[in-house]
Design a protein around this ligand. Structure first.
Ligand SMILES: [Cu+2]
Ligand SMILES: [Zn+2]
Length: 236
């Protein structure tokens, strides 16, 4: 034990008479290289199958939305999917929100969608915990704060690129949940504690757990959201 302690002490203190090596900033390439190695390690440890060759380095995940079983029968029964994809290892997360079951004459200005911390549906959407908040920051700076969505004809059809959440590494959202709320997200501007935690978005209408999938669902749904983008472009 003593020997171990003295060895550790020897490592921690520079030997007398030897000048400490001059510190230089690591280059951007070195940092990127380290980041990739750390990500590779995590990826291989946690999800050895997700960065497979079959999908050309693209990882796909799906969340099969189900209405909260605790919801009153007259509330919107939301179903559908939230799909994710991300190119391994440096790509940014993209998502397709493909949901239905909202009232046709919806007078709600928007519905909040977030990633919640837990993938536990044992008590419906109530057991999914709070917002996934790995960096201990205030709402709406959580990686899964997707903002507000306005259903049209009872449906949400939305594509979002460049998201902050990730499918890879220690902060992966795999196994966590997506929750749709009854109300609008106040985006942290509600002037109270809950606003900085969850945006006062109200009841949890529906939720699901994010899991790895193949690319077929993404291929199937993408034309619907892509068409919409093209339609918008022609109108501008
Ligand atoms: Cu939420
Ligand atoms: Zn949040």
């Amino acid at each position: 034990m003593l020997l171990l302690l003295s060895l550790l002490a020897g490592l921690a203190l520079p030997a007398p008479g030897i000048a400490a090596e001059e510190e230089t900033e690591p280059s951007r390439e070195t940092l990127q290289d380290i980041q990739k190695k750390v990500n590779d390690l995590w990826q291989n440890l946690l999800y050895p199958l997700t960065a497979g060759n079959e999908t050309g380095g693209m990882t796909y995940a799906a969340c099969e939305m189900q209405p909260s079983p605790k919801l009153d029968a007259e509330k919107p029964q939301v179903t559908g999917q939230v799909l994710f994809r991300q190119r391994y290892p440096q790509g940014r997360l993209e998502a397709i929100f493909h949901l239905e079951g909202f009232p046709l004459d919806d007078n709600q200005p928007g519905r909040a969608i977030h990633i919640h911390e837990l993938g536990d549906l044992s008590s419906g959407c109530d057991s999914t915990g709070g917002h996934y908040n790995p960096f201990r920051v205030n709402h709406p700076r959580h990686p899964g704060d997707f903002g507000n969505f306005s259903p049209k004809d009872g449906k949400i059809r939305k594509y979002k690129p460049n998201l902050f959440a990730t499918l890879f590494g220690p902060y992966s959202i795999l196994g966590r949940s997506v929750v749709i709320h009854e109300q609008e997200d106040d985006m942290g501007k509600g002037n109270n504690k809950a606003s900085l935690e969850n945006g006062n978005a109200g009841k949890r209408l529906a939720c699901c757990v994010i899991g790895v999938c193949s690319g077929s669902l993404w291929e199937e749904k993408q034309p619907e959201v892509a068409d919409k983008k093209r339609w918008l472009r022609t109108r501008l």
